[in-house]
Design a protein around this ligand. Structure first.
Ligand code: PLP
Length: 228
């Protein structure tokens, strides 16, 4: 018996799946351009899909991947096909302070800092990290985000803690996409007023509205990866 561990099995995506994902990515990019977004970062949200699907998305041309849940994120990041993958990783889910230490070092952009304890923990565990502050503009509970009025002090706190605050993130309200327009318009105004640059807003159902209101980052799951 060898005393060397066998290599972990590498997940190989099905070429037909890669081709289909490439077509969907192209279709989403066309929707973004048609909505007036020339320079928008497309984050492909792979939550609830297996690691092999994330490998396939990267093979299909996805440059930025988003995950919501710390455990799932870390499991995917440890997969042989993803550990060294040439992609940027976005943490977009609600953050708990006790998960931050493990996530640190694996996240390229944190989207969901929304309270002092989480800001302080990210600053401690991932000094200088690139972050967004999540704002609950729509006022819908359960989605995370700080109150609009708390945004400026939280941005200040994150900057004082040495974080690289790039901008703000929000989740649109449930319902028809047009309901999100005032919400996205408000977020874009706040980003400008605070002198920030990134505006992370828009998902499968409201991405055109988000781009129209000035999104610089959209987070799209279902329209690329299929239903969860
Ligand atoms: C799941 C999720 C997305 C992607 O949603 P889709 O409707 O599948 O495109 C984007 N942002 C956040 C914060 C999410 O939780």
């Amino acid at each position: 018996m060898s005393d060397v561990d066998p290599p972990l099995s590498r997940v190989e995506p099905d070429p037909a799946v890669v081709e289909e994902l490439a077509e969907r990515l192209t279709a989403i990019k066309e929707r973004i351009v048609a909505a007036g977004g020339a320079d928008v970062t497309l984050v492909t949200v792979t939550k609830a899909h297996p690691a092999v699907a994330a490998v396939a998305a990267i093979a299909a041309g996805a440059t930025d991947l988003g995950e919501n849940y710390a455990q799932e994120f870390l499991a995917k990041r440890a997969e042989p096909g993803l550990a060294g993958a040439d992609a940027r990783w976005h943490f977009i889910g609600q953050l708990q302070s006790n998960k931050v230490r493990k996530l640190a070092g694996h996240v390229d952009l944190w989207h969901s800092l929304d309270r002092p304890s989480v800001i302080d923990e990210v600053a401690k565990r991932a000094p200088g990290a690139a972050v967004l502050i999540q704002v609950d503009v729509a006022g819908e509970p359960g989605k995370g985000g700080c109150a609009v009025g708390d945004t400026e002090p939280l941005v200040g706190r994150a900057i004082d803690a040495g974080l690289d605050v790039r901008g703000l993130m929000t989740v649109g309200p449930n319902g028809p996409a047009e309901l999100a327009r005032p919400v996205f318009s408000c977020l874009a105004t706040m980003v400008a007023e605070l002198g920030l640059s990134e505006c992370s807003m828009g998902m499968t159902n409201d991405l055109e509205v988000a781009v129209g209101e000035g999104a610089t980052i959209v987070r799209v799951g279902t329209a690329i990866m299929g239903s969860r």
